[in-house]
Design a protein around this ligand. Structure first.
Ligand code: SF4
Length: 246
């Protein structure tokens, strides 16, 4: 009769993993995620780099869905950096209110639009070093824009990405820049952007912060944290956000 591996025994099994073993497991994990989420993509709607930059700044502390609800109105009223830079803050605040922290976000998007107008000829720069000089734009936002609007490989370490790579045992780092560096060493650059989407999708749908749906997770055999959430399939299935995955 087959024995069931306990979470503790599983953790022990991964404890002595070699570097090569880690790289192989990480890449196999990504292959399974590719099969699970063949349509993974940036869930923010955008038509050009400027729109993606603004949408990504607005996505802080809120869902992509709520950003997608306000951006059509925002970009219809202010289609270019010059327009948003010259906007009346109160009018922008009224549009951005549903996304939360709307005063700070209004300040950021007007400020970054003014910087694009004044320092970059009204164009979004395609270099990380330039992007991070814009108000409200950090490495995470810059990598989203580079990867999705410019085709430059980038790893997006958001809350889902950081949580998952630690659960996977790819790293114990909590600093996003260090996490980015460790994960970059496990995959070729061509995989970085899509890997980010796939991990974020998995974090949103199955490997939740509070109760990951381990019992229906396609990564169960490869994950040292299996058992952190319910392993009973019936219970786990109820936790999945999009049931077509389980
Ligand atoms: S087994 Fe559990 S902790 Fe590991 S990736 Fe799947 S849902 Fe997350």
């Amino acid at each position: 009769m087959a024995t069931v591996e306990t979470p503790r025994a599983r953790a022990r099994r991964f404890a002595n993993e070699t570097r090569l073993g880690l790289v192989r497991r990480a890449r196999k994990t990504d292959r399974i995620l590719q099969e699970t989420y063949p349509d993974a993509h940036c869930e923010l709607n955008f038509q050009n780099p400027f729109q993606l930059l603004v949408a990504t700044v607005l996505s802080a502390q809120t869902t992509d869905k709520s950003v997608n609800l306000v951006t059509p109105t925002l970009f219809a009223a202010y289609p270019a950096p010059e327009d948003l830079a010259a906007a009346d803050p109160e009018k922008v605040e009224a549009i951005l209110k549903p996304t939360g922290f709307y005063r700070a976000k209004t300040k950021s998007v007007i400020g970054l639009s003014a910087a694009l107008r004044d320092r970059f000829g009204g164009e979004v720069p395609g270099r990380l070093a330039d992007l991070v000089t814009l108000p409200g734009v950090g490495r995470k936002t810059a990598n989203v824009v580079l990867g999705n609007a410019f085709g430059v490989p980038g790893i997006t370490v958001d809350t889902h990405f950081g949580r998952l790579v630690r659960r996977f045992g790819w790293t114990e780092e909590t600093d996003p820049v260090k996490v980015e560096s460790v994960v970059a060493g496990l995959f070729p650059p061509k995989d970085w952007t899509m890997l980010s989407h796939r991990l974020i999708w998995h974090g949103r749908r199955i490997c939740h912060a509070r109760r990951p749906a381990c019992g229906v997770c396609p990564l169960a055999k490869l994950c040292p944290s299996y058992g952190e959430g319910p392993i009973d399939a019936k219970t786990a299935r109820k936790l999945v956000r999009d049931r077509s995955f389980a």
